[in-house]
Design a protein around this ligand. Structure first.
Ligand SMILES: [Zn+2]
Ligand SMILES: [Zn+2]
Length: 357
């Protein structure tokens, strides 16, 4: 009898996840087989489950046409225990607990060799292009994608692989910046609150948080924002400038819709930087002469690199980053977890945990 693993997989887009048996993968070359212990449930799992992203006026972005095939085990915020090493894999041993970097590419191009796997044109991300963590087992392509969580709670460490490095990588793009120069964070949901935690851990002192929800603005203040701005302000750019006591040099737009991007662009000081992270959607019309005359930078940021994950884990050691609120749920309830996230009935992060943990 051949060995099998279980996956709670998307068999049909939008339909309930099904528990299926798959052949146990055999690690080849540098690959490492891990037994999954934890896997966070992310909003992008919902889009993959549905099979499309909504692009507003530009229509739908169909994921199936992008080379994603079913059945697929979702889940890209994975922590697992090393079970078996491929013949060329070194640096870990069976039993080691590791966070799995999921944003992998071909492994051979210049980007991959420079550890910018997330920018490889041939994405093979776990839980997207190949089976991820909604399963009993997962294959990591290379030991360099495995990061020791140290003293982090593994459920929290799992979330570092997506939401954590998304925020950290965006923050790094603004550095270095004087600790008292205002950094504006548009959006005070999960990513916005994590960004406040990361900035404080890095010693930054002036953080301005923007959100349409009064409740979220209060949460941002509790997390350490020095000022907040109502995202519904009629002239959001002016409200941001007022809260910063002048035009800010640094803005991270975690919403990135037409309205927030327009306000952020208008608010920026000369030489300022706008980092676009959110996937809300829409478009931005740029008055082109301002780009050179105000020497502005607009930069997109997509997840992060294995190096970002290592740095973030190091930053989080000893409890230096406030953990996001986590609720654990058994792996075999992955379908329930997705439905709860879809229905907005989740505060913080849902993390699947295997029965054996
Ligand atoms: Zn994610
Ligand atoms: Zn590559």
């Amino acid at each position: 009898m051949t060995a099998t693993m279980k996956a709670w997989a998307v068999v049909e887009n939008g339909a309930h996840l099904e528990e299926i048996d798959l052949p146990m993968p055999e690690p080849k070359g540098t690959e490492v087989l891990l037994e999954v212990t934890h896997c966070g449930v992310c909003h992008s799992d919902l889009h993959l489950w549905d099979g499309y992203y909504d692009l507003g006026s530009a229509g739908r972005y169909n994921i199936i046409q992008r080379g994603i095939s079913l059945p697929l085990a979702l889940g890209h915020e994975i922590v697992g225990r090393v079970e078996k090493l491929g013949p060329e894999a070194t640096g870990v041993k069976p039993g080691d607990l590791r966070i799995v970097y999921p944003w992998i590419g071909c492994g051979e191009c210049a980007r991959c060799r420079a550890e910018q796997d997330n920018l490889c044109p041939k994405q093979r991300s776990l839980g997207i292009y190949q089976n991820g963590g909604f399963a009993t087992h997962v294959i990591a392509a290379h030991p360099r994608h495995l990061i020791d969580p140290g003293d982090l709670d593994p459920a929290v460490g799992a979330t570092y692989a997506c939401s954590g490095i998304t925020v950290f990588s965006a923050v790094k793009k603004l550095m270095p910046i004087a600790p008292d120069a205002p950094i504006v964070l548009i959006g005070a949901g999960g990513l916005g609150l994590s960004a406040i935690g990361v900035l404080k851990a890095l010693g930054h002192r002036t953080i301005v948080s923007v959100d349409v929800s009064a409740e979220k603005r209060q949460a941002a203040e509790r997390a350490g924002a020095t000022a907040t701005v109502d995202g519904k302000a009629e002239r959001l750019d002016k409200a941001i400038i007022a809260a910063c006591n002048g035009q800010p040099e640094a803005i991270i737009d975690l919403v990135n819709g037409s309205g927030t991007a327009r306000a952020a662009f208008a608010a920026l000081a000369k030489g300022g930087k706008l980092i676009m992270v959110g996937l809300f959607g829409g478009e931005l019309k740029l008055p082109l002469p301002f780009m050179p005359t105000r020497a502005l930078t607009i930069e997109g940021s997509f997840v992060g690199t294995p190096g970002d994950l290592r740095e973030l884990v190091a930053l989080g050691q000893g409890g230096k980053l406030p953990p996001m609120p986590i609720e654990t749920i058994p792996s075999h309830d992955a379908d329930t977890a997705l439905h709860r996230l879809k229905n907005g009935k989740v505060t913080g992060r849902l993390v699947l945990v295997t029965d054996s943990v």
